[in-house]
Structure formats: C-alpha cells, structure tokens
Design a protein around this ligand. Sequence first.
Ligand code: TAP
Length: 453
Amino acid sequence: MTQYTVINPATEQPVTAVTHTTAEQTDAAISAAAKAYEHWRAVAPGDRARLLRRFAAEVDAHVDELAALETAGSGHPVGAATWEAGQVRDVLMYYAAAPERLLGKQIPVAGGMNVTFAEPLGVVGLIVPWNFPMPILSWGMAPALAAGNTVVAKPAEMTPLTAIRIGELARAAGLPEGVLQILPGKGSVVGQRLVDHPAVRKIVFTGSTEVGQQIMAGCARHIKRVTLELGGKSANIVFADADIEKAAATAPYSVFDNAGQDCCARSRILVQASVLERFMELLEPAVQGVRVGDPAAAGTEMGPLISAAHREHVAGYVPDSAPVAFRGSAPDGPGFWYPPTVLAPVSTSDRAYTEEIFGPVVTVTPFADEAEAIALANDTPYGLSGSIWTSNVGRAIRVARGVETGNLSVNSHSSVRYWTPFGGFKQSGLGRELGPDALDSFTETKNVFISTD
Ligand code: TAP
C-alpha cells in the first residue's frame, strides 16, 4: 500500500499521510457506486433534495474546519479557504433545488403523445486538480448527485484532505453508502481506472489541457460522456477610456489570487498604449501592496505555491534575462514562496506570454486600438476567462463578443458565479459546469411514445 505525505506548502512540514487507493480498490468502489445507483436514482425527488440540504448544512457546520485543513494542506489563505468551503455549501444548496425540478416535456403527436424523461447516467467519475480542491469537487459532485447519479471522485494526489473530509460529511448527513466516494490516489492509477472502467458513464475532468487530451481519448473508447475544464491564458484588456485607477488596483487580484494557480488568471494584461505609462505607475504600488505571507494569518491575500517542483516550474518563466518591471514581496525561509512578478515589455513570442504559467507572473503588453486588443486576446490556443475595462458600453459588448473565451467580466475582475454557466472555448475545455443547465450534462433525455389508439 502506498502512502502519500501531504506537505504544508507554507512551512514544508508534513501535515498527515494518506493511503493511496489501488486500481483494485478503485474497481471495487466503482462496483459499489453502480450498486448504490440502483437505490439512489429511485429515492423520491423531495427526499434526495432533503439529503442534499442536510449535506450542505453539515458542510456549513464545518466551514472553519475545512478552511483550516485547506490552509494546512494546500497553502490557501484562510480567508480564501473559508470562502471556498462556503462555496461547497452554496453549490450543494443550489442544486438541492434540482431533483424536484427535473422536468420532461409532453409532445402531442399523431395517434398519441411523446413524453420525455431526464434520466441519470449512472456512475460519474470526477477528477479534480490541486489548485481549488473544494470548489471544483462541488461543481461536479452537487449536480451529478442531484440528478440521481452516484459519484466516485479522485482529488489531486497533493491535496486530498478536504475532499476526504467532505466525503465523511456526506455520510454524516445521511447520504447512503456508495453514493459519494472519495478515492485519494494517483491520476495514473485511480483517474485512469475511472476513465477506462465501462461502468463509469461520465467523466468530469478539471486539469491541464495535456492530460485532458488523454482523458478525452480514453473516454472515446467507451463513447463516455466527458466534461473538460482545462488551462487558460486569459487577457485583462484595459482601454484608455476606462477607470484606470480601478483597473490597476484590481489587476493584481485577477492574476495573483491563489498565487496565480488559477485557471481564470488574467495573466496577460493588455493596455491601450496611450495610458500604458499611467497604468504602470498605478500597478506598481498595487502589486507591492498584495499581502503575501502566512496563509493561516487573517488578512493574508497570497500564500505560497503548492510545491517546490511547481515553484521551479514557475521560476523557469523568469530567467535572469527576463524583463522584470517590478515585483511584490514574499517571505524568506521555509515555504514554496514566489513573489508577485510583473514582466514588461515582453515579446509576444516569449514563453511567459504564450504559455500558462500557473503562478504569480503577469505580462503587460500595449495595444493600439480595439481591433488589435481583440486580436492579441485571441492569439492563444486557450479561451477560458478575461476582463474588459472601458467606459464605453458599446465597446464592452463588441469586445466581449469578439474575444473567444467562455467567461468575461466588464469593469470587474471577478470570475465564477455558481449560478451562471462556466467553461472554456478552444483548448480550455468542453462543455459547461454550473448554472441552471448543468443538470443537462448529468442526464440523458429519454423519449417515450404513448399510443392513444
Ligand atoms: P493535471 O496534472 O492535469 O491533473 C489534474 C487531475 O488529473 C489530478 O487529479 C491528476 O492526478 C489527474 N490525472 C493526472 N494524470 C491522469 C491520467 N492519466 N488519467 C486520469 N487522471 C489523471 O492538472 P493540475 O496540474 O492538477 O492542475 C492544473 C491545471 O488545471 C492547469 O492547467 C489549470 O488551468 C487547470 N485548471 C482548470 C480549471 C478550469 S475550471 N478550467 C480549474 C482549475 C485548474 P494527480 O493528482 O495524481 O496528479
């Protein structure tokens, strides 16, 4: 049996050891989920809704505990981790309303009528990355359960603790055995088995585009349903007519949130050339004002990176010759720290400009006009997120329609709202999570003709 020691990224000290799930145990869990499905799909909608509300209440009663666990195991600032645990509760509450609203249609036809049913799929496999272990688990888990599926979830090897605890809270809330199982372990073992096992009818994968391609190919062998939430290289576009003070003040938070380990990170700031100098003057103190430090301390805004290996990866984008315009601070001593870093001017062929860094490094690039801003924003294989800053409503809409990306904010740096759809264009993914239509991707439409002859 392999054990994995979870390391506190802020101290480099071990937190606890977790036993990895083997391929055989994964198969057994999938069989248990298939068995539990027969019962769970038949639970009356009102009772399923009640159980999900109880699950939400259990999470709510343990928000502080979950947040502390995430801070220790993933290095998230405690304020952010508290919000993340609260999001699990809120997403469960939102989808608890769904079982009683899984409506079909009645379609009159010659000689009778057709009725449609939204049938659950069966066992759903969730493969979750290390950057947001709690919210991303909940985005797949809650609608899948609400629709009557059973769920087998694999947290990332490095960050399994909160998912394991959420699984325990589900049982404490009364979810029957086998309905939600959390299997810590390796992607190449547990994740791969979820993809390969014929009884798993759908995979929800969030992670890198590279692994997402393998997952999609694996799912193709079984015509398995798949939702992919992948990488990003999003643009924060600042026009000269914008509130430059606000755009500059919030820009650090649109990219350095979670130390830049955020698929929605606006890691390319594009600024209209006529206001570039002013924007940079304002950005420098904003970046230096980001409170980087002990994630367990209230008020900390940015914690460490997840691991030493990841810090090395991030640092690889900032060689000694890199055009560092300015930097924020980071603690010395133990911990996988990396300071917020602004690169400018950067060539549009520089790796730091073209690749997802997944760390607190941002580039600033000038543009001449609206057409060039859209062209630059779209010059990437990704299309997940983005922001547009302008006081011209028409321009905001035009640019939002022109940028090939799934989630945009105008005059705001915010990204995800669980009651609105979320997902990517191009290589940032396939399908949508969240919002009122998420149940569509966890059900199949069954169409039944009833003769009246
Ligand atoms: P990955 O290395 O792709 O890992 C994601 C998950 O897949 C982990 O649980 C991993 O397991 C598992 N996995 C790895 N190889 C697998 C395989 N062959 N079969 C099945 N599962 C496998 O990504 P990451 O480094 O954890 O996360 C960072 C990436 O995720 C970034 O590109 C980021 O943009 C993206 N991301 C996207 C979104 C959305 S919503 N679009 C949100 C967050 C993150 P292990 O734990 O064993 O590695």
